[in-house]
Design a protein around this ligand. Sequence first.
Ligand code: MN
Length: 302
Amino acid sequence: MSEYRHPERFLGLDDPSSQRETSAAWILPIPLDLTTSYLGGTRLGPSAIIEASNQVELYDIEFGVEAAPIYGVSMLPALHPTLASAREAVESITEAVNALDLGDRLLVALGGEHTLTVGLVAAFAPRYPDLLVVQIDAHSDLRDSFDGTPYSHACTARRFIEYAPALQLGIRCWCPEEVEFLRRTDRVKVWTAEAIYRDRERHYLAELRRAIAGRPVYLTIDLDGLDPSIMPAVGTPEPGGIGWYDCLDVIRTVAQAGQIVAFDCVELCPIPGGHGSAFAAARLVYKTLNYVMASRGQLKMR
Ligand SMILES: [Mn+2]
């Protein structure tokens, strides 16, 4: 495995918009790639997103400004979890996040495989007792165990709902165990990718708003939740995913209806010629940052 490297700046921001102390958002690259089951390579996801971010246009038409320099984005050194076991990797992420002097800054984790979300939710749940997880994903990730570990990326949601209940959007792939679990749990509410696609009146956004109801939210974006036509570079591309504008609608609604305290963007698995996926991921992270900063009063909708 080659040494992990990524560019030093996010969105090409230079000083003073990227100073650690004054930035309202901190980017934490976590190049974890331990339990990936199909195509490996998610450890290269953070560097690809950061590199692509330097090509993203800073002007955001929804807000009518070059948004990032207004609130500031600083990049933290990459977090390399302990790799002794998946459980220890997750625990080391929680410890590292707990050691950050975040204040009320927004933490943005870039993965890396989805397992890392468990460590992050475990860090944030004690600070926000009413925390909800909103998960954009093709998979419900509710298996109790996979490939011999309860900390596989296929078990991500099953583990984090031990800390906070979840709203899942974009799901289109289940196993019988997950379907059965969904019948008996009240910890998970699902909007399938097909339901979102067929709901041309967007009633689901009002339901989502009601389900969030002002609560603190941890948002986890598994990029395979998006349709593979816009996001082919993922380990397990499933057809029929969320479209770009539907995804922005979801994230905008979540940011307005609740308070996003942290988010992650995971499972980018760079493939040759796949820079379009890295760019879409970088653009999605930037849009999410802007929606959160707008909800915090730092930007105004035009
Ligand atoms: Mn997934």
